[in-house]
Design a binder for this molecule. Structure first.
Ligand SMILES: C[S@@+](CC[C@H](N)C(=O)[O-])C[C@H]1O[C@@H](n2cnc3c(N)ncnc32)[C@H](O)[C@@H]1O
Length: 288
């Protein structure tokens, strides 16, 4: 396609050049110097207009090709998800709004099916709650507590869970945002009183509150949940390519050499945080 565009532009520019040069020669022959220069000027203007058009079209094609590549990648992840997880009804859309994309869903499924966590906490409910529910059922047990600050989204997720028959595995809590103290001051975050006592958590998926609620909207997650994490717990952070999420993880891990980060190559970025193995066995030794 790009080759055809370039060819078409070359033909146009060539034809315009031939015409302008012929006119120029004609005017020069009859001593019309001003008209001869005008023909050359017109030639340059036409050539420039075509080059500009060609450049814009190539840019557009390049963007289109990148988009197709990204879609193909997402399709590949979707196929993986549908092959690995026994999903029995059509899923809500894994696109648009802020739902997890197929790449995130596929990595989440892989992690949960491998780790088989007993207690999972999700910050920000939605289609991810349905996928995690299916994975826990397939892994043979485990429960998901899913928090949403927005009552309507919490209700919608609850409806999806009922449609998929996952309400015995996943519990959705409407946990409005409230002021919580963190080291750097006061922050808005989920009101954990809505959930009651938390179990020992093996897996936390951080996908809320939305970034628009405030700067570093998800920052309180680790400070407030750390005491509830099991020794082998992992924390999965979505949208890790965003500046806020990178800064949040940087602050979380500053001075904590016992934690490590694994970055997964999703389109919006994903980070998996866990305690290093040596630190886990050292802590287990101290506890005995
Ligand atoms: C990043 S979204 C969570 C998405 C969820 N994990 C999923 O996979 O669907 C964070 C919060 O944004 C809100 N939300 C969900 N969909 C939204 C939409 N289309 N537009 C605006 N906010 C939305 C919900 O309150 C949700 O808890």
């Amino acid at each position: 396609m790009r080759r055809r565009l370039i060819l078409a532009a070359c033909v146009w520019i060539g034809a315009a050049a031939a015409y302008a040069l012929a006119m120029c020669a004609l005017y020069l022959r009859f001593g019309e110097h001003v008209l001869a220069w005008a023909s050359i000027g017109v030639l340059f203007a036409v050539a420039l207009a075509h080059l500009h058009h060609l450049y814009a079209a190539c840019d557009h094609l390049r963007a289109l090709r990148d988009e197709l590549d990204r879609d193909a990648e997402q399709l590949q992840h979707l196929l993986f998800l549908l092959r690995c997880v026994d999903i029995t009804r059509p899923l809500p859309p894994l696109s648009g709004g802020c739902a997890v994309r197929p790449d995130v869903a596929a990595y989440l499924a892989g992690l949960i099916l491998d780790m088989r966590p007993r207690a999972v906490l999700e910050l920000g409910s939605g289609v991810s709650s349905v996928i995690i529910g299916y994975c826990l059922r397939q892994a043979g047990g485990g429960t998901l507590l899913s928090l949403d600050h927005d009552a309507d989204y919490a209700a919608q997720t609850q409806r999806w869970l009922c449609q998929h028959g996952l309400q015995d595995i996943v519990t959705v809590y409407h946990a409005p945002l409230t002021q919580v103290p963190v080291r750097t001051g006061v922050h808005q975050w989920y009101d954990l009183r809505a959930v009651g006592p938390l179990p020992s958590l093996d897996f936390v998926f951080v996908d809320g509150p939305p970034w628009s609620t405030q700067e570093l909207a998800r920052l309180p997650a680790l400070p407030l949940l750390e005491q509830h994490l099991s020794e082998a717990a992992v924390i999965v952070v979505d949208d890790y390519k965003r500046g806020d999420e990178r800064e949040m993880v940087r602050r979380w891990l500053a001075g904590r050499d016992d934690w490590q980060v694994l970055e997964l190559p999703t389109q919006r970025g994903m980070a998996v945080l866990s305690r290093r193995l040596q630190s886990r066995s050292a802590r287990a030794g101290k506890a005995q």
